[in-house]
Design a protein around this ligand. Structure first.
Ligand SMILES: CC(C)(COP(=O)(O)OP(=O)(O)OC[C@H]1O[C@@H](n2cnc3c(N)ncnc32)[C@H](O)[C@@H]1OP(=O)(O)O)[C@@H](O)C(=O)NCCC(=O)NCCS
Length: 202
């Protein structure tokens, strides 16, 4: 039996672990990275720290099995990370810009993102200013929890005045793409590598 509840600072380690265990196109990426915290520093930690009103966890007797993390105003969130989140990480993880692209390790590819975070397209933000990440461990998948968690997040974002939410999904994560389209997301952009930006009006 799973229950949904607001995330708390005590969930940080669980969020980082789930982030890593779903980071390989939805599958476990533990074997890919030497530093198990890097993925979470980018895709989980800042949401828990700065947008706790839009952070929910799914929990059963075995602990936290999934989360949905949202940011209400992506532009403001990105600006805050630039001031308060990335500087400390940039001290800890060197910039791999001098390593040729093809020679970078998976850790270096993530470290590159700490130094040059991806910024959302202003044209997307005009209609879909919020964004989200959702990740469930295998034991929590396929039971309707993903849809329920998104609906709870949509209600919170709508209640805070957001007109739309967007997200990014990798080109090889076809399962998640199918899920997002099924719950109402539409394609906004497709990058050369195949990753998609999807959006939904709230
Ligand atoms: C993708 C993910 C969030 C979906 O959550 P879930 O709990 O497994 O999905 P649900 O059971 O809530 O599915 C909701 C609905 O979507 C449908 N659906 C799920 N996957 C689908 C697919 N690939 N294609 C079409 N419909 C799909 C379900 O049939 C269900 O339909 P219904 O509500 O009309 O009965 C979850 O599987 C997950 O976290 N996967 C691993 C991490 C990941 O890939 N995260 C996304 C990174 S961008």
């Amino acid at each position: 039996m799973f229950a949904l509840r607001p995330a708390s600072p005590a969930d940080r380690a669980a969020l980082y672990r789930i982030c890593l265990e779903t980071a390989d196109s939805g599958a476990d990426a533990t074997h890919l990275y030497r530093d198990p915290r890097l993925v979470g520093h980018i895709y989980a930690g800042p949401y828990l720290a700065f947008e706790p009103a839009f952070a929910l966890v799914l929990e059963d007797g075995d602990g936290v099995g999934g989360y949905v993390l949202g940011a209400l105003d992506t532009a403001a969130f990105e600006a805050r990370l630039e001031r308060e989140w990335w500087p400390a990480l940039r001290e800890r993880y060197p910039d791999p810009a001098d390593v040729p692209l093809g020679a970078r390790t998976p850790d270096e590819r993530l470290a590159y993102l700490l130094h040059r975070p991806q910024r959302a397209d202003p044209a997307v933000l005009a209609e879909y200013p919020s964004h989200l990440h959702i990740d469930l461990l295998p034991r929590a998948q396929g039971g309707g929890h993903g849809r329920r968690m998104l609906e709870r997040l949509f209600a919170a974002l709508r209640g805070a005045g957001s007109p739309g939410v967007h997200l990014g999904v990798g080109g090889s994560n076809t399962r998640a793409q199918g899920f997002y389209r099924h719950v109402g997301f539409q394609e906004l952009a497709r990058a050369p590598g195949g990753s998609l930006t999807l959006g939904l009006r709230l």
